[in-house]
Ligand binder design. Structure first.
Ligand SMILES: NC(=O)c1ccc[n+]([C@@H]2O[C@H](COP(=O)([O-])OP(=O)(O)OC[C@H]3O[C@@H](n4cnc5c(N)ncnc54)[C@H](O)[C@@H]3O)[C@@H](O)[C@H]2O)c1
Length: 303
């Protein structure tokens, strides 16, 4: 049976890929505060401020929403410029959606966390599922706070909230101001033929995944019975690791011309506090899932 699914923050880097996948079998209500004419035409995008609990509840009731995917947020690098506003927005959008969902038609919520919850204490060379986390960014702090709330709601059976800690996501869409944006921006710079100023040093290793793998894992996580889910806060997930230098070389080896100047800025400190490799054994086991896109396949698909 078709479900009614509400997506908030649907205009961002990830939103359109979730809309397209979910719309294959469901009625999708796509919303954002950024409603471009193009997205309104393409996806019937509607204006909804996820900070407005009353309006969120009106959408839930009007469309008899079964599930919510909440992407409304400010990402890591952008968040450092407005720390308090970003913490408030990231946590309050999530809390409002939780509040509006209680005693409503909503059965499940999907909420993406991030590898930003980790820190030097997490053993960044290979980060296990359940480790010490002391994020140094306000974005990481907001993600970790929401993970704690998710754990609370799940262990007390108050609401079914499912979550994955995404690494850098590689897609053909425009990124929203994260620390891993170089991976998409380098590709965009081939098209514009401009020299790319990379904000990270050439050998910074970071975990990444293709957007289709992120979407597939998320939709699968939302489809399995609750009893299959062994993690009450947020699942580690990953696909491959790369560095800005390796990514640039791979692009050039494919015959594209790309000039890169490495000029690390404040984002280097953020990247240095993030994992180099992720242990995602638990999600692979619980969902019987594995990524379909390796590094080369990912690059070929977005270039
Ligand atoms: N893109 C990545 O690499 C990545 C990695 C890890 C986690 N995530 C998480 O995935 C989610 C989606 O990421 P994204 O890359 O699409 O982000 P994005 O920045 O591209 O999009 C976020 C969207 O939220 C919208 N928004 C902001 N405030 C809002 C509000 N008050 N009400 C409604 N909408 C609002 C923005 O207009 C924007 O369209 C976020 O929670 C992010 O933290 C993304």
């Amino acid at each position: 049976m078709k479900k009614n699914i509400l997506i908030t923050g649907a205009s961002g880097q990830l939103g359109q890929f979730f809309i397209e996948k979910l719309a294959e079998n469901n009625n999708v209500i796509s919303t954002d505060i950024n409603v471009s004419r193009e997205l309104v035409k393409k996806y019937d995008l509607k204006f909804l401020d996820a900070l407005n609990e009353t309006k969120v509840r009106k959408f839930i009731d009007k469309y008899h929403i079964d599930e919510i995917y909440n992407f409304a947020s400010i990402l890591s690098a952008k968040a450092e410029k407005y720390p308090l506003k970003s913490f408030q927005l990231n946590t309050n959008c999530f809390l409002n959606i939780v509040k509006a969902s209680i005693s409503s038609s909503v059965k499940k919520i999907f909420w993406p966390s991030s590898i930003a919850v980790f820190s030097k204490e997490s053993n960044l060379g290979y980060v296990k599922q359940d480790v010490i986390k002391n994020p140094i960014t306000i974005y990481g702090a907001s993600k970790l706070s929401c993970e704690k709330v998710i754990n609370y709601f799940n262990i007390n059976g108050l609401l079914d909230i499912r979550s994955i800690r995404f690494p850098g996501i590689v897609s053909s869409s425009t990124p929203g101001g994260g620390t891993t944006d170089f991976i998409v921006e380098m590709i965009n710079n081939i098209k514009s033929k401009k020299k790319y100023i990379c904000p990270l040093s050439p050998n910074t290793i970071l975990p990444m995944m293709h957007v289709n793998d992120a979407v597939d894992a998320s939709v699968k996580l939302m489809s399995v019975p609750r009893k299959n889910i062994k993690i009450n806060d947020s699942y580690n997930i990953s696909s491959f690791e790369t560095t800005p230098n390796e990514w640039k070389n791979l692009i050039c080896e494919m015959g594209h011309k790309l000039e890169v100047d490495f000029q690390p800025d404040f984002r280097q400190k953020i990247a240095d506090s993030w994992p180099r490799k992720i242990d995602d054994e638990q999600i692979r086991k619980d969902l019987n899932w594995k990524p379909k896109f390796n590094k080369i396949k990912t690059l070929k698909s977005v270039i």
